[in-house]
Design a protein around this ligand. Structure first.
Ligand SMILES: Nc1ncnc2c1ncn2[C@@H]1O[C@H](COP(=O)(O)OP(=O)(O)OP(=O)(O)O)[C@@H](O)[C@H]1O
Ligand SMILES: [Mg+2]
Length: 452
């Protein structure tokens, strides 16, 4: 693939072309932003090198055109000395790097190699990722937290029946993963798992997506379309974000759940299907019912068998093991060996509030594996967002409902568990030392460890 050089001054453009050609690259040239845009629409480039000040537009237009044409194409911008703000702005808009004028050819070649390398790695990474997902199918539900285990047990029990299941939990807690494992565990595993996100599809299209339509149902419907409810025949229909289901459709979903029947849009015939419905939401349906945004009858029907996935901040014990599992997964995908979490990184992970739950943790580890240069992942590679505003209250990390004595007992048990875990970590797993620092005997510590 060729490199595109965009520069209005002929002498500099020629110099750049020669430098790049000396490295064995093919080079295309453009003298202004307009010409550059035309070329970018016609050809795929390995890389774009552009001046920021150009006749007929600016380097920002070139940057935009390049990103439109192919977001994977790196763009290096050139700026005159003393206009760093512009370079910073360009980087924010997606430039891979910047170079100040007068251009130093060694520096140029260095940036070039780096950008091309990164692009190649990224492409390989995406391929590997796809291959991995194809080969290993779904990720397992990981974690030993008692709350999560309870949810998983409920899911296993539900899998034996055909009951409708409602999965509750904050965003990123693993609702879809749980729905998929429910499907895998059930006798429907060989039939399709079909997911539909009720929040992502505009109301007008949702019914059509769900139930399909007959030919001629509306202008443009020139063939019959089968909806997801039918595609899921003998399998599982996953209604994600059901809290966002428009009122108008709720009655139809209720009928689907109760009678497994519906009509296609514009159709008269009643269709019967054999599907299990699993629904999920991160909204409080009770509140939605109170606000008359959600039908009470549908809510009751869905709540017969509901499970709640605890947020990650309420299962702190799972944070580090999950992080290690994700680290291992991404390191294997990227062919990185010997990576590990530094002590400071573990502490940062434990101190973080995880508003985005497991998804946030997973993304953070994926980024860290890409960013880390040596073998030890530090807090700086995790890029954890600072906590929003006020500090965590106890209610954020534990369940404060129920009788006072019960709450106090839970809080004490919880504090002791964490103190023990911390003491063990500080003592590098040496139980005698940990017991001493906690002022208990080793046998008491051993008993407590067995209980928790
Ligand atoms: N316990 C877990 N073990 C392994 N991976 C998990 C676990 N929980 C969540 N994940 C992973 O975290 C990511 C987010 O999970 P998922 O999409 O199921 O969450 P969600 O609750 O549906 O989120 P949202 O409400 O944002 O749609 C997925 O990649 C999933 O594989
Ligand atoms: Mg989801």
């Amino acid at each position: 693939m060729p490199i595109l050089v965009v520069e209005d001054k002929d002498s500099l453009r020629t110099m750049l072309r020669k430098t790049l050609e000396s490295r064995g690259h093919t080079v295309d040239e453009a003298g202004d932003a307009y010409e550059a845009r035309k070329k970018l629409q016609a050809t795929r480039y390995l890389l774009v090198l552009t001046d920021l000040r150009l006749p007929g537009g600016s380097g920002f237009d070139v940057l935009e055109a390049a990103r439109e044409a192919d977001p994977e194409t790196p763009v290096i911008v050139m700026t005159a000395f003393g206009t760093v703000e512009e370079a910073v702005r360009a980087m924010k808009q997606g430039a891979a790097d910047f170079l100040t004028k007068p251009v130093d050819t060694d520096h140029l070649l260095l940036l070039l190699d780096r950008a091309i390398d990164r692009r190649r790695l990224r492409a390989e990474y995406l391929l590997l990722k796809e291959e991995h997902q194809r080969r290993f199918g779904l990720p397992r539900v990981l974690g030993d937290d008692p709350g999560l285990k309870e949810t998983m047990l409920a899911i296993q029990r539900a899998a034996q029946s055909d009951a409708t299941v409602l999965i509750l939990g904050e965003s990123g807690t693993g609702k879809e993963l749980m729905a998929r494992s429910l499907h895998q565990l059930s006798s429907r595993a060989k039939a399709p798992f079909v997911a539909i996100n009720c929040a992502a599809i505009p109301e007008a299209l949702l019914e059509n997506e769900l139930f399909g339509h007959e030919r001629g149902a509306f202008t443009g419907a020139n063939a019959r379309k089968i909806g997801k409810a039918e595609t899921a025949q003998h399998g599982t229909l996953f209604l994600d974000e059901i809290g966002d289901l428009p009122l108008a459709l709720q009655a139809k979903i209720l009928r689907l759940v109760q009678e497994r029947q519906f009509e296609r849009v514009g159709g008269l015939a009643t269709i019967s299907v054999d599907v299990r419905v699993v629904a999920a939401t991160n909204r409080s349906l009770t509140e939605a019912v109170a606000q008359k945004q959600f039908r009470e009858d549908l809510f009751f029907r869905l709540s017969v068998l509901s499970v709640t996935i605890p947020p990650l901040r309420r299962r702190r014990g799972d944070i580090v093991p999950l992080a290690e599992a994700f680290l291992e997964r991404y390191a294997a995908e990227l062919g990185r060996k010997g990576l590990s979490l530094s002590e400071a990184a573990r502490r940062a992970l434990l101190d973080h509030a995880w508003p985005g739950n497991v998804r946030e943790l997973q993304n953070s580890l994926e980024r860290a594996v890409i960013l880390v240069e040596g073998q030890a992942i530090g807090p700086e590679h995790l890029r954890l967002a600072p906590p929003a505003g006020e500090a965590l209250s106890l209610g954020d990390v534990m369940d404060l409902s129920g009788p006072l004595a019960e709450v106090a007992r839970r809080a004490a048990a919880r504090a002791e568990d964490e103190a023990i875990a911390l003491a063990l970590r500080r003592a590098d797993g040496d139980r005698a030392a940990a017991a001493a620092s906690l002022g208990v005997s080793t046998s008491t510590l051993a008993r407590r460890l067995k209980e928790s």
